[in-house]
Design a protein around this ligand. Structure first.
Ligand code: 5GP
Ligand code: ZN
Length: 112
């Protein structure tokens, strides 16, 4: 997807502050962090939503969860919140699925 921001970061056309780069999954720091640690975990494959990824490639979603935990283990003592905004009204602005890994210190607002 030439026009997709995250495809372009993954391809190296736009710089990214990468935390990991694996066969199916990459992770890079959010440009506008909302927590002391704010990393985006992203499949290399262009898929727009987490549900589409779960339907078509569940093993890649599992690899993303594993990557998220390893990032948290390295940076936040293993504690993190993992958020997928899905749809414009929920705040999704980049339509290449990504899980926000948020952590470090005590997070503020929580749904529970
Ligand atoms: P969404 O709102 O779609 O859930 O999340 C998109 C995220 O991408 C936002 O948190 C935003 O700060 C981040 N973002 C937008 N443009 C860039 C960029 O060029 N580089 C990086 N590293 N993050 C970006
Ligand atoms: Zn993409």
């Amino acid at each position: 997807m030439d026009s997709c921001l995250f495809c372009r970061i993954i391809a190296g056309e736009i710089p990214g502050d990468f935390v990991l780069q694996e066969d199916d999954v990459v992770a890079f720091r959010d440009i506008n962090p909302k927590a002391p640690v704010h990393v985006l975990v992203v499949p290399r494959m262009h898929v727009s939503s987490v549900s589409e990824l779960a339907r078509t490639s569940p093993a890649i979603l599992a690899a993303m969860a594993d990557a998220a935990q390893r990032i948290a283990d390295a940076e936040t003592g293993g504690h993190f919140r993992w958020i997928f905004n899905t749809g414009e009204n929920a705040g999704q602005t980049v339509f290449h699925v990504h899980g926000h890994v948020l952590g470090g210190g005590t997070l503020g607002w929580s749904p529970a």
